[in-house]
Design a binder for this molecule. Structure first.
Ligand code: NDP
Length: 370
């Protein structure tokens, strides 16, 4: 039921009309008409499970069209050509992808490869002169992220991170309420995101491909959420790590608790894990009210309540809104949202500090100058 069709049906019935004001302006316009004349032409790079999810979601997009694919697996390219009507001339492997610069029919490449390949792949795409969206976590660390930002700047291309929550209606409403002062002065944030990791042989448990464990993969949601829940940038970090299964999580972190201090004096208390399920919540409390989203960061449906009662935002496919939102920003020259490479860098600086704090036995890491 997590479909745009349900959303449109609600709209045509007049249900959720007020919720429309909660959507980004771009989405508001997009969902009221047919497919736009101008389309952002997208190629996906790394045809795994998330790329498939994005491809399916893009079927409902109004301003973004899937036109290309990059893969190291020839059989996948064959399947994708048939399934998504992708012409042969718009398909590449990781060795030939540089030739994408000579292809005028592709505007942007969405990198959905394992974490530690993001740096290399974003540099390749920037060198080919194409805009790029990169999945989270943007890279292994802040140093790599700075190099990616610099490469995109030098090439004159846009660089976005796949932070889909910034397009999600409950999250938009939380940010709107906070910015409008409806929560009063923000006093505390308590966010966590985790799940029980399965296959012990998957790349997510290999440091060389994942960069890190739960913190890199889903702790980033709790961290990014603390930034949009407070509207502040953290100035210090402390963190603690524990492992209940040191064999399975030999190379990467399993469970991390981290605390962020903000300039106003408030703290965010956050957690992440690969060891158990039912661990997904954003809670921000201010002097006048609160917002609790739970689940808060997964594919949804996102659910929420505030001091005023249950939230009633529409349930939509995040990736459809995200891709239409980014298309609208690029094609119509709209201001960049909070999903740029620079936003990814702000998170990676904190992730670096989380690991530094753990290495130093939970020491307080000041972020100034990092
Ligand atoms: P998968 O393993 O399902 O897919 C990754 C794909 O990358 C592979 O199928 C493969 O595609 C390609 N690839 C290239 N080199 C390698 C390699 N050495 N080892 C493994 N795969 C390789 O991963 P996911 O799709 O789950 O995750 C991909 C990225 O998306 C990650 O960065 C992850 O954090 C992010 N993600 C984001 C989510 C979100 O909600 N925003 C949710 C899930 C993931 P091919 O055969 O075509 O080359």
């Amino acid at each position: 039921m997590d479909t745009r069709r349900d959303f449109l049906q609600k709209l045509s019935l007049g249900i959720g009309a007020t919720a429309l004001t909660d959507l980004p302006a771009s989405a508001r316009e997009l969902y009221s008409g047919p497919k736009a004349d101008k389309q952002l032409r997208v190629a996906l790079m790394g045809l795994g499970s998330y790329a498939t999810r994005v491809a399916e979601a893009m079927k409902d997009c109004k301003m973004a069209t899937l036109v290309g694919a990059v893969s190291g697996t020839p059989s996948k390219l064959e399947t994708w050509k048939q399934k998504y009507n992708i012409p042969e001339k718009n398909t590449y492997n990781y060795e030939t992808v540089g030739k994408i610069k000579d292809n005028p029919d592709i505007d942007i490449v969405y990198v959905t490869t394992p974490n530690s390949l993001h740096h290399k792949h974003v540099l390749q795409i920037a060198a080919a002169g194409k805009h790029v969206i990169c999945e989270k976590p943007v890279a292994d660390n802040a140093k790599q992220t700075r190099e990616m930002i610099a490469a995109c700047k030098k090439a004159g291309v846009k660089f976005y991170i796949g932070y889909r929550m910034h397009f999600e209606p409950h999250t938009r409403e939380l940010i709107r309420m906070r910015e409008a002062g409806e929560l009063g002065k923000i006093m505390h944030v308590n966010n966590y995101m985790g799940f029980k990791s399965g296959d012990p042989n998957q790349w997510r448990l290999k440091k060389a491909l994942a960069g890190g464990g739960a913190m890199m993969d889903v702790g980033i949601y709790a961290l990014n959420g603390a930034r949009y829940a407070t509207g502040e940038e953290p100035i210090w970090v402390t963190a603690q790590e524990t492992k209940t299964d040191p064999v399975k999580f030999k190379e990467v972190d399993e469970t991390i608790m981290f605390q962020l201090g903000f300039p106003s004096g408030i703290m965010a208390s956050c957690g992440t894990t690969y060891a158990f399920n039912n661990y997904e919540r954003l809670y921000v409390v201010g002097e006048k009210g609160f917002v609790e989203l739970s689940p808060a960061f997964g594919y949804g449906p996102i659910k929420g309540r505030t001091h005023l009662g249950p939230m009633n935002q529409p349930v939509v496919t995040h990736q459809t809104l995200q891709m239409d939102g980014i298309a609208d920003i690029i094609l119509n020259n709209k201001p960049d949202p909070n999903v740029t490479g620079e936003e990814g860098l702000k998170d990676m600086i904190v992730v670096d500090a989380v690991y530094e704090s753990i290495r130093k036995g939970g020491a307080k890491i000041m972020l100034a100058g990092k």
